[in-house]
Design a protein around this ligand. Structure first.
Ligand code: SF4
Length: 309
């Protein structure tokens, strides 16, 4: 699809599975964003998984707003409070190009891009004319397959979350009871397009890495998330287990007003190991910087790209 055609989607927005069908020139849908691009942050980020962060950092571009808007969002100020600046496409391109030149970041990492995909695709098409750099879509996992097919030539790496295996939890925390099936379909499409994550000299170049944020007191959800991923994609699917949860704003569910316990993390981690996942990234709960470390229980992370579906 031509980029010009993509911009037309804003007039009856179906960019994400919420399919609000609002005209974003005049009103806002669930994501709370109109048609003016808003950006919260452009800069190098060193807290991603090692093949994404590398030595020089991941070139993050945080979009204001979000189409999922979980009650526990770890980037609450950006997704819910609307922190961000209105920027023109050319200004965003300038900022990204400056980041590439100044920091030599290993990738351009668009964080929650769904609701601004037409703008992002335009930005990518211009950046790619000058720079040979992988583009990451860092997403909630709640993506439309139809839209993923339209953007496949613009994306190199997908970093989707897989948050919920439980319908009731998805409904309660993200107001989307269909999250599990929508997310599985989306990950199928992502893997079909790009395969599992591939690296060169330790740096991610292409493919899919699935993230899961372990929520305090919701360990069964996490265990079932891993079992589902294993059953659907097999042991070679790269996964990242995140233990960084903190209560960004007060939560109705008392479990979510605390940090994750070490024993909770270990229960989930041990389940991943018992299933036989071969490529796992973990965050150790006590680490003050909460950065990712590779799981050294396995010899060779990402040896190749043996796609299973
Ligand atoms: S991107 Fe926003 S307006 Fe469009 S369908 Fe999703 S939530 Fe609704």
């Amino acid at each position: 699809m031509k980029i010009k055609e993509m911009f037309k989607i804003y007039s009856s927005c179906k960019l994400c599975p919420r399919r609000c069908e609002v005209n974003r020139i005049k009103e806002r849908g669930f994501c709370k964003e109109g048609v003016i691009l808003r950006i919260a942050y452009v800069g190098p980020h060193f807290g991603e998984e090692p093949p994404i962060t590398g030595k020089n950092g991941s070139g993050t571009v945080f979009l204001t707003g979000c189409s999922l808007r979980c009650s526990f969002c770890q980037n609450w100020q950006i997704s819910h409070s609307g922190i961000g600046k209105k920027l023109k496409v050319k200004d965003v391109i300038e900022k990204i190009e400056e980041m590439i030149r100044r920091y030599r970041v290993h990738n351009i990492n668009f964080v929650t891009p769904d609701h601004f995909i037409p703008h992002i695709v335009l930005i990518i098409s211009r950046i790619k004319k000058k720079y040979d750099i992988p583009v990451i879509f860092n997403t909630s996992g709640y993506q439309s397959v139809e839209i993923l097919r339209k953007i496949k030539d613009y994306v190199d790496i997908y970093l989707p979350d897989f948050k919920y295996s439980e319908r009731s939890l998805a409904k309660k925390l993200s107001l989307c009871p269909d999250y599990t099936e929508v997310c599985l379909d989306a990950i199928y499409e992502m893997v079909k397009q790009k395969g599992f994550l591939k690296t060169e000299d330790g740096i991610a170049k292409r493919g899919v890495l699935v993230r899961h944020l372990i929520l305090p007191g919701k360990i069964k959800n996490s265990i079932d998330v891993l079992s589902l991923l294993y059953c659907e994609f097999g042991k070679e699917l790269p996964i990242s287990l995140m233990s960084q949860y903190f209560p960004a704003v007060p939560q109705k569910d008392p479990d979510l007003n605390r940090f994750l316990k070490k024993e909770e993390f270990l229960e989930v981690y041990n389940h991943a190991i018992s299933l036989g996942f071969e490529h796992i990234f973990i965050q150790i709960p006590e680490r003050p910087d909460r950065s990712f470390v590779p799981d050294f229980t396995k010899e060779q992370p990402f040896p190749g790209n043996k796609q299973r579906i």
